[in-house]
Design a binder for this molecule. Structure first.
Ligand code: UT7
Length: 328
């Protein structure tokens, strides 16, 4: 007796994007009043000019709901059309209930499959890869993928090496089935992890319960290991680097973003490749950074519908994931 499977689809595509940032702007000078740092050091070493930090009574789920609602509106679908919700996050303050079920309920999505996914700053790309495969396998019809982080709950505001980097936000995408092969808008994911370096970014359970990272070690790893992941994602999609219009790496540090772009240009990416620099005014928002950067670039007219973007996320785990997508 054979068990019947769902009918498969040719693949998946993104049909909506949305993002949300809290109102409160925190400048480098604001931080310099609390820890020993200065505007110039932060601009030179990380590229951040300002970031947004959520008020105490704004929750991670509040931000996920805003970003998710905006992506849904952008997609033209109704809440009732969505059957799966994935929230990529590493900053929930309590592991249960998960963010996805609460986010779905507040958006008005009834009884979806709903789960959180923790791949830290690679979380959105992990979520997008998972959503695309669920749609391709016929398991899901329309998936809302959200990256949402309230890093301010976990930052040690007295640690100048981390408090200047991290920020709060959410970004989201709606994924649906492509009707034919030439409509496929999400390439295969290239993903993996380096658990041997797990201790380089972690919550210090034994002491402060705050976020800590070995900045230099992560910097070295990201500037050497991430360009090959991006290259692999391009190869898996069956295109070449010259076909890429926009590069959207996780916004961890502008110097890492520029190092990855430089390596890809050496490998054949175009000189006019547009490179996301959302970190400058948004800070490092972990799993929210990639969808939010895409959404901001589209709103600013820096990317157009139908263009080809290369996404690559990396961070705690250490985890990484990348894929090629078409801009909706
Ligand atoms: O999103 C998750 C993935 N995370 C990342 O990708 C982060 C990767 N790492 C980085 O982005 C960088 O390593 C940091 C931004 C975290 C740090 O920049 P760096 O250029 O690697 O600085 P460093 O740690 O080598 O520190 C250089 C100096 C040190 O002083 P000494 O020992 O040379 O006297 C630090 O104490 O800079 C000092 N320093 C600061 N000075 C002013 C560290 N933080 C600050 C600060 N202001 N905020």
């Amino acid at each position: 007796m054979n068990l019947r499977l769902q009918a498969t689809t040719p693949g998946a595509k993104i049909i909506g994007l949305g993002s949300f940032q809290p109102e409160q702007v925190v400048t480098n000078d604001d931080l310099a009043r609390r820890v020993e740092t200065n505007d110039q050091w932060i601009r030179d070493r990380v590229g951040i000019v300002e970031r947004r930090i959520a008020e105490k009574d704004t929750s991670l789920v509040d931000m996920a709901v805003e970003a998710g609602s905006r992506a849904l509106k952008d997609s033209g679908l109704a809440a009732a059309d969505v059957d799966t919700v994935i929230v990529a996050t590493c900053t929930m303050t309590a592991p249960i209930p998960n963010a996805a079920a609460q986010t779905a309920d507040r958006i008005g999505i009834s009884a979806p499959a709903a789960f959180d996914l923790n791949a830290a700053c690679a979380g959105f790309c992990y979520g997008l890869g998972t959503a695309a495969d669920l749609v391709r396998a016929g398991t899901a019809k329309n998936v809302l993928v959200v990256g949402a982080e309230k890093l301010s709950d976990w930052v040690d505001w007295d640690d100048r090496s981390t408090c200047i980097i991290f920020a709060d936000a959410a970004g989201a995408a709606v994924v649906t089935a492509a009707r034919s092969a030439d409509e496929v808008g999400i390439g295969p994911v290239s993903w993996g992890s380096a658990g041997d370096q797990a201790t380089t970014i972690r919550i210090l359970e034994e002491s402060t319960h705050k976020l800590w990272q070995h900045g230099q070690a992560v910097f070295r790893w990201a500037t050497t290991r991430i360009a090959p992941v991006a290259l692999d994602a391009v190869a898996r999609a069956g295109i070449t680097l010259a076909d890429i219009d926009v590069l959207v790496p996780h916004q961890a540090n502008l110097r890492i973003v520029e190092a990855v772009a430089k390596k890809l240009r050496k490998e054949g990416a175009r000189e006019d490749l547009r490179v996301a620099d959302d970190i400058v005014h948004s800070g490092n928002t972990s799993s929210a950074s990639i969808p939010m950067a895409l959404d901001h670039m589209r709103a600013a007219g820096r990317v157009r519908s139908g263009e080809t973007a290369l996404l690559v996320g990396f961070g705690a785990g250490l985890s990484y994931a990348g894929q090629v997508v078409r801009i909706p």
